[in-house]
Design a protein around this ligand. Structure first.
Ligand SMILES: [Fe+2]
Length: 154
């Protein structure tokens, strides 16, 4: 087992219903993020060339940014009160990944492993702690909307 195998083999990129935030489109995108991260992990474990690893990493990062933009649009549409704080979390991740990626592009392969670990840990915590609240808020709005439309009992 080489060093990148040892460093990434303990990461499991399997989406499970425990990660569901209760918003179908967000859950679908989270599943895709796990899939893309898993693909990158597999490539690294298989000792894929630098070109492929870089390509997969670029795809994962691009999709993450696209997903953040969707989430931010949804929060704006819902009038979500935690929008600013949530966007700051997204921005912090984008900034950190950009720094790690520069080092990865400079040839430090361990940086790719570090990015994978960082993204994996960050996504799990962020989905469980922050994204879940968006789903809760949306359900709350739906319940209130339903309550308003329901005629009072006679
Ligand atoms: Fe988010």
């Amino acid at each position: 087992m080489n060093s990148s195998e040892q460093s990434t083999s303990n990461l499991a990129f399997q989406w499970s219903p425990a990660y569901s935030v209760g918003v179908d489109e967000i859950d679908a995108e989270h599943r895709s993020l796990f899939r893309l991260a898993g693909r990158l992990q597999k490539a690294m474990l298989a000792g894929a060339g630098r070109g492929l690893v870089e390509e997969l990493l670029a795809g994962l990062i691009a999709y993450t940014c696209q997903h953040f933009a969707h989430e931010e649009d949804l929060m704006r549409t819902l009038g979500y009160p935690g929008l600013a704080a949530h966007c700051r979390q997204h921005e912090a991740l984008r900034a950190r990944v950009a720094v790690l990626r520069q080092r990865s592009a400079a040839g430090e392969i361990t940086m790719t492993i570090e990015i994978l670990h960082f993204l994996s840990d960050w996504l799990r915590v962020h989905i469980a702690d922050s994204d879940r609240l968006i789903g809760q808020y949306q359900r709350q709005l739906t319940r209130c909307g339903t309550a308003l439309r329901t005629p009072p009992p006679r």
